[in-house]
Ligand binder design. Structure first.
Ligand code: C5P
Length: 410
């Protein structure tokens, strides 16, 4: 039987993009129902979704409260995945506060499977601390979020809050649906009693990209989101460890009970990490450190001259390698993001950098790597043991890594 998606559509100008999302999902063979809020119906007629999904659309415009108790349970049961897109600040606020006063919010409340929320709204609304707190709260409860893009918004403002392209939403939904077969029972540790088995341990985590300045306006960086390192830091703190997170620039909030030190460049990260090395029982280096930096950083904006501009780069210190040389009692964990020969390169790194184990992933694979919420990892240990893991949420992988680390700490 094909997987079933319930799409919740709320009132935003981006509704039209969801017609394309529905059409693409149907072409991929998924069946769908749509629930539209009253405001959504002001932007697009339910008939449009009915035609594209070839299935009935539930709206709040027909006053049929007598069917709600049946309908919302029926749709919630039917849904392998729920997608709410575009999601307004209003629906996010309602879900976060347990309000179920229309068909969509009632169905979400009854849903047992993954709920994916794609916020789309004006930048000021999106950045409003209330909205951000609601999002953080829902993430913690296991709701999945497709981060909005930045760009020109329908209201004429420039900033974040733009619904991502339909392809991106479809890819995300399909990714989640693929995992539904072997249900991810635990999206991290938020639902389960956490054993405080790392109590008393000092764990230093690095995360995110480094930024290497060319001049006051230009720099070299990479696509690291920091999500993997933040997930590990959060998991470790929940398990009772004292955690210092040395973080390059990210959009992520500091996890609870974690001490964050913000850095910009590889040199700054080097200094912060070495400062805490003696204190640490373990170092987990997820950061994507730039291998090179400009030899000189201009104090003034480099002017366009119409000729070739040569930028001379010099190598950055390999932080992990320098820790490997200094290591006494510390367990050292490295990361290896590669696009080929993943295991071979990882084994080299264990030797060269004097590591205990390395978490390797192929960033060319769908569902692994920098930006998403999932990763596909292989752990390679210094004794040559290789363990492959299925695709999982980064928070869950964080705990897998910490389980492995615990063996070394013990
Ligand atoms: O050698 P490569 O950059 O692939 O190694 C990746 C691992 O080394 C990661 O754990 C990364 O955080 C760390 N690294 C580092 N300093 C660098 C480059 C990488 O600590 N300059």
């Amino acid at each position: 039987m094909s997987k079933h998606i319930v799409i919740g559509v709320t009132g935003g100008i981006a509704v039209y993009k969801i017609l394309e999302v529905a059409s693409k999902l149907r072409k991929l063979g998924y069946s769908m129902n749509t629930i539209m809020t009253k405001n959504a119906c002001e932007f697009v007629q339910p008939l449009a979704f009915q035609t594209i999904t070839n299935n009935y659309v539930v709206t709040d415009t027909f006053e049929r409260p007598y069917t709600w108790d049946v309908e919302h349970i029926a749709l919630a049961k039917k849904a392998d995945v729920m997608l709410i897109a575009p999601a307004t600040a209003n629906i996010i606020g309602k879900i976060a506060n347990g309000i179920a006063d229309d068909m969509l919010s009632t169905t979400v409340m009854a849903a047992r499977g993954p709920v994916i929320i794609a916020p789309a709204m004006n930048t000021a609304m999106y950045e409003n601390p209330i909205v951000q707190e609601n999002i953080a709260y829902l993430k913690d409860k296991g709701y999945l979020f497709i981060e909005p893009d930045s760009g020109w918004l329908a209201c004429g403002d420039l900033g974040s809050g733009k619904l991502p392209a339909p392809e991106k939403i479809v890819e995300y939904v399909v990714d989640v649906l693929e995992q539904v077969e072997a249900p991810i029972e635990d999206k991290g540790t938020s639902h389960k009693e956490v054993e405080r088995d790392l109590e008393g341990k000092h764990i230093l985590v690095t995360a995110g990209p480094t930024i290497e300045s060319i001049d006051p306006f230009r720099y070299i960086t990479n696509h690291s989101s920091g999500k993997m390192g933040y997930a590990i830091a959060e998991d470790a703190a929940k398990r009772g460890a004292k955690v210092v997170l040395v973080s390059g620039q990210t959009n992520l909030e500091c996890p609870p009970n974690v001490e964050r030190i913000n850095v910009r460049s590889a040199i700054e990260m080097y200094e912060a990490v070495h400062e805490h090395f003696e204190w640490a029982d373990a170092v987990i280096k997820t950061a994507a450190v730039a291998d090179y930096r400009p030899k000189e950083t201009s104090h003034h904006k480099i002017k366009k001259k119409g000729e070739h501009l040569m930028l001379e780069l010099v190598p950055n210190p390999d932080i992990l390698k320098s820790l490997g040389e200094r290591k006494s009692h510390q367990v050292l964990v490295g990361f290896a993001a590669e696009t080929q020969n993943v295991i071979e390169y990882a084994e080299d790194k264990i030797r060269n950098k004097n590591l205990d184990f390395i978490v390797a992933n192929n960033i060319a694979e769908a569902g692994a790597g920098f930006k998403g919420d999932t990763n596909i990892a292989t752990i390679i240990e210094k004794d040559g043991t290789v363990t492959e893991y299925k695709k999982m949420y980064k928070s869950e992988l964080g705990n897998v890594i910490l389980d492995k680390l615990k063996n070394y700490l013990d």
